[in-house]
Design a protein around this ligand. Structure first.
Ligand SMILES: C[S@@+](CC[C@H](N)C(=O)[O-])C[C@H]1O[C@@H](n2cnc3c(N)ncnc32)[C@H](O)[C@@H]1O
Length: 203
């Protein structure tokens, strides 16, 4: 299935995928970074994964906890002849990231990490992801403004949203002030994207 067909089908079935604005930014970042190794949290049906693989020669590890999405992503990667460059990990990203960290195989490994999974867990994941980034590797994070509610005057409609927004605010501050990250930018798209780089030398 062509990448634009993956998008259209995802939209038809209500599968969450990156918006058009984020899509363009992600593609530009991948082309600029020219990564060898990419990690993605939140595969869904493989739309952003396919975009990143088609914009680079990298390999990709991508984590998804929804079985149906994971199966569809595997099919989509296969139909784009990308299976040999991607490993779809089925499981909870907190558990899978923790396993990757314990194995020590992925420390300073990834040139690019795309965080697009559970918003309420972004901050919990942050330090581990930084550890797995190569020095000067790029972290890109989607939805940090959570549909425009973070930093907005209008208050969030539900208690669950309020919790996510509070956690995203903490996450944004922790990225901005993190001594292991540099060149922080928060792009003010409707959903908000963070781009930052890991420092070259950790103090
Ligand atoms: C915004 S979607 C990802 C969209 C995808 N990156 C794209 O643009 O094509 C977020 C995904 O994260 C997955 N997810 C949510 N919580 C998760 C968790 N704890 N572990 C693994 N995946 C999770 C959801 O099932 C969903 O598919």
């Amino acid at each position: 299935m062509e990448v634009n067909q993956i998008y259209t089908k995802a939209k038809t079935y209500g599968v969450p995928v990156i918006r058009t604005e984020s899509h363009k930014i992600l593609e530009d970042v991948v082309k600029k970074v020219k990564p060898n190794h990419i990690l993605e949290i939140g595969t869904a049906v493989g739309y952003s994964g396919t975009l990143m693989l088609k914009s680079s020669t990298a390999d990709l590890i991508t984590i998804e906890h929804n079985k149906d999405y994971k199966n569809q992503a595997i099919k989509n990667f296969k139909s784009n002849k990308l299976s040999n460059r991607v490993k779809v990990v089925f499981g909870d990203c907190l558990v899978e990231i923790s396993k990757m960290l314990t194995s020590n195989k992925f420390n300073n490994h990834f040139d690019l990490i795309f965080l697009d999974g559970p918003k309420a867990q972004y901050d919990t994941l942050l330090e581990g992801l930084i550890k797995m980034l190569k020095p000067e590797g790029t972290l890109i994070v989607d939805n940090v403004l959570f549909r425009g509610y973070v930093n907005a005057e209008e208050s969030a409609p539900t208690k669950r949203y309020k919790t996510i927004i509070k956690r995203l605010n903490t996450f944004i501050e922790n990225c901005k002030n993190n001594p292991k990250l540099t060149e922080f930018s928060l792009i003010n798209t409707e959903d908000g994207i963070i781009i930052a780089k890991k420092v070259q030398n950790e103090k």
